[in-house]
Design a protein around this ligand. Structure first.
Ligand code: AMP
Length: 324
């Protein structure tokens, strides 16, 4: 923890298994940045309630994400790992923010608009999702929020909310910045659309060898033959090569540009490189999952630390608003 103890916060929803979009867009960065900040990474279980109705599943998936975090290299000595619902103060702060936020403002959020466009029946939790996220971020006085491109707007809403509060009640909240790695801002799914659990186009971060083979073979490509030049920028396979085939990248680029590689061979190279990358992660995860007691203890400790700072902040907010 250096960089003048700047605070980093982010989280992942415990709904389904994390995919390589979550990993390269966000989770890997949590690991890369944990030495440089006071890092706080949470399991967004309150957020998951907007779609999850099965208590047993939510409990299991929350524990699973904690195991995933440890398997990818988050170190509990460096990073405060906690469950969002262990910091109930965020819901209290979200209510206070709700009273400062207008409906037309939240109606502009992409996630809400997407849900409406899909004719989904939108619950109030989905509509209010950005405000709960603002509370998660602002209650910890976070400076930076590493997220994928899809969450950029939510961090901007958190900034706007901080400004609104500061204007109404006096300087209380820092304005957080999104940290987006432009190289991996949006990872495509195997169908070429954004990789997302809700589109069913994901490659799991802990996929088995068979799943990797099946999913890579299912990647949609155009119909160019072996000898024809190919467009790297439009090819989903090539987007994955940029993540998994670093060593062969210059050679692959030449062969794509000049012709001389078929999609079948390109997929075979990718399968090998993905297996080399995923196998050690999967094995480490399996080992951690054999004994979950230390994982539960890490969450408990992390929850207490996160709750402590949230408690101090909510007291400040209550004084400012007249609730205290
Ligand atoms: P979620 O599972 O929706 O809570 O997302 C967890 C994190 O992964 C967020 O920071 C997202 O921005 C990021 N993320 C999700 N899908 C992708 C993607 N296809 N490409 C890059 N980042 C992503």
């Amino acid at each position: 923890m250096t960089k003048e103890q700047k605070i980093l916060i982010s989280g992942v929803k415990p709904t389904g298994r994390p995919h390589i979009g979550n990993y390269f867009g966000a989770m890997k960065r949590f690991v890369d940045l944990q030495d440089d900040y006071r890092a706080m990474i949470f399991i967004a279980d309150y957020h998951a309630l907007t779609t999850e109705r099965d208590a047993k599943k939510l409990r299991q998936e929350s524990l699973d994400i904690a195991i995933d975090y440890l398997a990818i290299g988050l170190d509990p000595k460096k990073t405060i790992i906690f469950k969002q619902s262990d910091v109930q103060e965020v819901t209290e702060l979200a209510w206070i923010f709700n009273c400062l936020t207008t409906m037309p403002f939240l109606s502009r959020a992409h996630a809400y608009k997407d849900a409406l466009a899909k004719n989904k029946e939108v619950n109030v939790g989905v509509f209010d999702y950005p405000i709960l996220m603002a509370a998660d971020i602002l209650i910890q006085d976070a400076d930076v929020v590493p997220v994928g491109q899809d969450q950029k707007q939510h961090v901007e809403i958190a900034r706007d909310t901080a400004e609104k509060f500061n204007l109404a009640y006096g300087e209380t909240f820092k304005l957080p910045e999104p940290l987006i790695d432009e190289n991996v801002a949006t990872i495509p799914g195997i169908d070429g659309k954004k990789m997302s659990k809700s589109y069913g186009n994901t490659i799991s971060l802990f996929a088995s060898d068979e799943e990797i083979e099946k999913q890579v073979m299912g990647i949609v490509t155009d119909s160019k033959g072996v000898g024809e030049p190919k467009e790297m920028e439009k090819d989903t396979l090539f987007a994955y090569h940029r993540l998994f085939s670093m060593e062969q990248l210059p050679e692959l680029e030449n062969r794509y540009r000049d012709g001389g590689i078929g999609y079948k061979e390109s997929k075979e190279i990718l399968i090998k490189n993905m297996k080399d990358f995923i196998t050690p992660l999967r094995e480490k995860r399996k080992k951690i999952a054999e004994n979950t007691e230390p994982v539960i203890e890490i969450l408990k400790q992390g929850g207490q630390t996160a709750k402590h700072s949230a408690f101090l902040k909510i007291a400040q907010v209550k004084r400012a608003t007249g609730l205290l």
